[in-house]
Write a protein that binds this ligand. Structure first.
Ligand SMILES: C[S@@+](CC[C@H](N)C(=O)[O-])C[C@H]1O[C@@H](n2cnc3c(N)ncnc32)[C@H](O)[C@@H]1O
Length: 448
């Protein structure tokens, strides 16, 4: 399976490792990815071919058998109908939103990944070795495709509970997608990938800590795990304190803060481990026994183009990121309504909240930041991992561990220790002020 010499192949000549999983077999094309007609069902042939021919999933997807079972339509939106607690839509509107969000993250972070020096060292071509990247919960596949283009010598895999919507003719030869549920375990990928990336998947996980362990086990010794999720609590203008939420006693507070707080509780009531996710995000990966060299970052993206800067590059980044994030949030307010109704929140209340949130987004009188929280670490060398963990793995070149020298721009706050992370969390909690009693929780408690 290994390439003879990964260093010499250009993108056009990259040998597709899973040749039959790439139906177009076309040369990589330039231009931004598009979703073929954005009708997920239209791409299922591709998704099915990918899984069947790649042949490494625990579950083989078959269009003729599974198509009807895959999507459910609720109130004009399409949802994956599998047993996952992930209850956001999988349709054209949602794919558009996810790509907006991806671009906002890209602008906010300034990179496709944090600690670029470490990632690029780990993904550098190594003779006789296949460099592999996986994106867990890849959504539209846009991050995965960007990685496949940037690292043409690498094989990139995107997995998701929903079939991938990317237009197959736009895919490069070194990418493929599989339909899988992280909750059922990833043992078949143990010790395999040089980079494992899992971003914004928290809502679909039954046990966040367990999912991180699964993800860490997929990393080759020497490889990197990157986990990211949105902090649902918005930050105030100073980037340190929490934004105060609107409550009956404090109606001048932020309705966006209130809405996302209610959204989070709706998720929890529906069985997703968002509360566990919060704890992991607060603690970082420092206690994960398979990893070392752990660090964390808070990527602050303004909600709307309100921040000003005398530095033109910074001003542009903040304006563009803010515009994209505002568009994304308007769409999220609507995407998550099915989930919130399922948690018992009545539609008229949701309409009232959305109207107030839209107003906040229009006027930008309240200045908020959304924080993308990122964590990463390198898998410890085989000698310090247990024999059982190592025995299931492929042979790998263990890249020598070297700490990152990355110096990000000032809207990315780097944390080098669990204590630094904890201090930032404490500051946010101390400034939260009064919080509303979540409506979904009240209803759940009253045996609705
Ligand atoms: C908010 S989207 C994020 C997509 C992508 N990671 C990004 O950052 O652009 C969450 C994605 O995770 C997928 N997902 C949720 N739960 C999952 C699970 N248990 N296993 C695999 N994928 C999951 C969803 O289908 C969705 O595509």
């Amino acid at each position: 399976m290994n390439r003879a010499d990964g260093t010499e192949e250009a993108p056009d000549g990259a040998r597709p490792r899973y040749e039959q999983s790439h139906p177009a077999k076309s040369e990589p094309r330039s231009g931004s990815p598009s979703h073929s007609n954005m009708n997920p069902t239209e791409n299922l042939t591709h998704a099915a071919t990918t899984v069947t021919d790649g042949g490494e999933s625990m579950y083989t997807y078959d269009t003729s058998r599974d198509l009807a079972a895959y999507f459910t339509e609720i109130d004009g939106r399409k949802f994956g109908s599998q047993a996952s607690p992930y209850l956001l839509p999988a349709d054209e509107t949602e794919f558009w939103r996810l790509d907006k969000q991806h671009t906002a993250f890209l602008v906010g972070l300034g990179e496709l990944y944090p600690c670029p020096d470490v990632v690029e060292r780990v993904l550098a071509p190594r003779p006789g070795e296949t460099i592999e990247v996986v994106d867990l919960g890849c959504g539209t596949g846009t991050w995965a495709l960007s990685m496949a283009k940037r690292f043409p010598h690498a094989q990139v895999l995107g997995i998701d509970v929903s079939p991938n919507p990317l237009n197959p003719t736009l895919l490069t030869a070194n990418i493929r997608f599989e339909v899988e549920d992280i909750n059922t375990g990833l043992a078949h990928y143990a010790n395999r990938f040089d980079l494992v990336h899992m971003r914004c998947v928290g809502g679909g996980l039954l046990d966040y800590t367990q999912a991180i362990t699964y993800a860490a086990q997929c990393v080759k010794p020497g490889g990197v795990l990157i986990v990211a999720d949105l902090d649902i609590m918005l930050c105030a203008e100073d980037m340190i304190s929490s934004q105060r939420m609107a409550t009956p006693d404090y109606p001048q507070g932020s309705w966006l803060q209130r809405y996302f707080y209610e959204f989070r509780w709706s998720y929890a009531v529906n069985g997703s481990d968002v509360l566990g996710a919060d704890k992991v995000l607060d603690k970082g990966l420092w206690e994960q026994p398979l990893l070392h060299g752990c660090e964390a970052a808070g990527v602050y993206i303004p909600i709307g183009p309100w921040p000003k800067s005398t530095d033109s590059a910074e001003a542009q980044r903040l304006e563009f990121g803010g515009i994209l994030l505002r568009q994304n949030l308007r769409a999220v307010l609507r995407s998550c309504q099915t989930l919130m109704r399922k948690a018992g929140i009545p539609q008229d209340l949701l309409d009232e909240w959305v109207q107030k949130c839209d107003e906040e987004l229009d006027t930008l009188k309240i200045h908020s930041w959304l924080q993308l929280r990122m964590f990463w670490g390198q898998r410890k060398p085989t000698s310090t991992t247990s024999t059982q963990e190592a025995s299931t793995g492929t042979s790998s070149t263990e890249v020598n561990f070297q700490p990152s020298n990355w110096v990000p721009h000032r809207q990315v706050h780097l944390y080098h220790s669990a204590e630094e992370c904890e201090n930032a969390r404490k500051m946010r909690m101390d400034t939260l002020g009064e919080v509303a009693k979540p409506v979904a929780l009240n209803l759940a408690g009253s045996d609705k």
